[in-house]
Design a protein around this ligand. Structure first.
Ligand code: NDP
Length: 330
C-alpha cells in the first residue's frame, strides 16, 4: 500500500535548535546502523521508517558502511525512500558518514580528502539522493592533517553534496581545532555525534563544555547502550535481542551480573517516574540543553513508541539525580 504520513506527525514531537545554527532536530532521531542491512527483514525496516516519520522523527542517520554488508543499509534506505519518502524529502534530514573501513586499499578508510569525497559520491548513489543534509567525518584520523579532512568537508558543502557537516567521536581538543579550521574556511561545524549514555559518560569530561561554548549541536549515539539500558536483559538474554542475534558489537558476556544489578536498580527508579528504563535513559541525556537529539536504534516499531514517549518527561528532581548518580557511579 502507498504510504501517507500521519497527519498528526508534528503534534507531539519536540524540536531543538542545533547549536547556534538555524536547523532544528527532533529530540529523538533514528539510526540505521543495525536492522537495515541485507541481513535484515526489508519489510520490517520499511515499517520502522514509516512509524518513525509518523511519530515526528524527521532525522534518519546512516553511514557508508552500515549493513552488513557495507553499503547495504544505504541501499535499502534508498529503496524505501524511493517508495515511501520521496515526496517528503524536504521534511527529512538524512545524514551519512565516512571514516571507518569501507573498501580495500589506502583510499577506503580514515580521513583523507580522497576517501571522503569518493565515499559521499557512493553514498548518494546508493540512497538515490542529490545531497545529504549532514555529512560527518566518522572518527578522528591521527595520520591525516585536520586541515585536509576539514577541507574535504568544506568542499562537500560548496559542491552542494551536503548542506551541513559534522564530526563524530572527536575529543574536546580536536573538536575545537576542527571548529576553528572550518570557521576559517567559512563553513560552520554544525554538530558533533558522540557516544553517550548513562553508562558511558566521557562527553561530560570536556566535550559538552567545548561544544556548548562554540555553539555546536550534538546528537548522542547508543543512548541505550545497544539495548542494555532497557528492561529486556533483566530476565536473561531474549532470543530476538541484539546480544543473542548479532554479537558483533554487543556480546552476551558484556551483560555481566554487576551490570544487571545496576540496570535493575535503574529500572526501579524509572518505575517511580512512570517511565520505562529506555525512556529514563533517553530523558537523562535530554536533560542537558547541549544535547540536541538522542539517536536511537530499534529492531521493532513498538520500541520507537516506547522511546519517543521519553520526551514527555525529561526533568529530574535533585533527589533523583543524586540517587541515579550513585547507582551509575557518576
Ligand atoms: P541504542 O543504544 O539505542 O540501541 C538500540 C538497540 O536497543 C535496538 O536495536 C534494540 O535492540 C534495543 N532497543 C531500542 N529501544 C528499545 C526499547 N524501547 N526496548 C527494548 N529494547 C530497545 O543505539 P544503537 O547502538 O543502535 O545506535 C543508534 C544509532 O547511533 C545507530 O543506528 C547509528 O546511527 C548511530 N551510531 C553512530 C556511531 C558513530 O560512530 N558515530 C556508532 C554507533 C552508532 P534489540 O535488537 O535487542 O531489540
Amino acid at each position: 500500500l502507498p504510504y501517507h504520513a500521519a497527519a498528526e506527525r508534528y503534534d507531539s514531537m519536540k524540536f531543538r535548535k542545533c547549536g547556534n545554527s538555524g536547523l532544528k532536530l527532533p529530540e529523538i532521531s533514528l539510526g540505521l546502523w543495525h536492522n537495515f542491512g541485507h541481513n535484515a527483514d526489508f519489510t520490517l525496516g520499511r515499517k520502522i521508517l514509516r512509524r518513525a516519520f509518523d511519530l515526528g522523527i524527521t532525522h534518519f542517520d546512516l553511514a557508508n558502511n552500515y549493513g552488513p554488508p557495507y553499503g547495504s543499509a544505504e541501499e535499502n534506505f534508498g529503496r524505501i525512500f524511493e517508495k515511501d519518502f520521496k515526496s517528503y524529502r524536504d521534511e527529512l534530514l538524512i545524514s551519512s558518514k565516512a571514516g571507518w573501513d569501507m573498501w580495500p586499499g589506502p583510499y577506503g578508510n580514515f580521513g583523507s580528502k580522497k576517501y571522503l569525497i569518493a565515499s559521499l559520491d557512493q553514498s548518494l548513489k546508493r540512497m538515490g539522493l542529490e545531497y545529504v543534509d549532514i555529512f560527518y567525518h566518522h572518527r578522528p584520523d591521527p595520520e591525516t592533517p585536520l586541515e585536509e579532512t576539514m577541507g574535504a568537508l568544506d568542499q562537500i558543502v560548496r559542491q552542494g553534496k551536503a548542506l551541513y557537516v559534522g564530526i563524530s567521536q572527536y575529543s574536546a581538543e580536536d573538536t575545537v581545532k576542527a571548529y576553528d579550521i572550518l570557521k576559517s574556511m567559512g563553513t560552520p561545524l554544525l554538530i558533533h555525534q558522540p557516544r553517550y549514555s548513562m553508562l558511558d559518560r566521557w562527553v561530560e569530561n570536556g566535550l559538552l563544555d567545548a561544544i556548548g561554548e562554540k555553539g555546536v549541536g550534538s546528537i548522542a549515539f547508543s543512548p541505550l547502550e545497544q539495548g542494555m539500558l532497557t528492561d529486556k536483559y533483566l530476565k536473561g538474554i531474549p532470543e530476538d535481542s541484539r546480544a543473542a542475534k548479532d554479537g558483533r558489537y554487543l556480546k552476551a558476556e558484556q551483560i555481566s551480573e554487576d551490570k544487571i544489578e545496576m540496570i535493575r536498580k535503574l529500572n526501579d527508579i524509572a518505575k517511580t517516574r512512570d517511565q520505562s528504563l529506555a525512556q529514563m535513559a533517553i530523558a537523562w541525556l535530554l536533560k542537558d540543553p547541549r544535547i540536541t537529539s538522542v539517536l536511537v536504534g530499534v529492531s521493532k516499531p513498538e520500541q520507537l513508541d516506547d522511546n519517543v514517549a521519553a520526551i514527555k518527561n525529561t526533568e529530574f528532581g535533585p533527589a533523583e539525580i543524586t540517587q541515579i548518580k550513585s547507582i551509575i557511579g557518576a
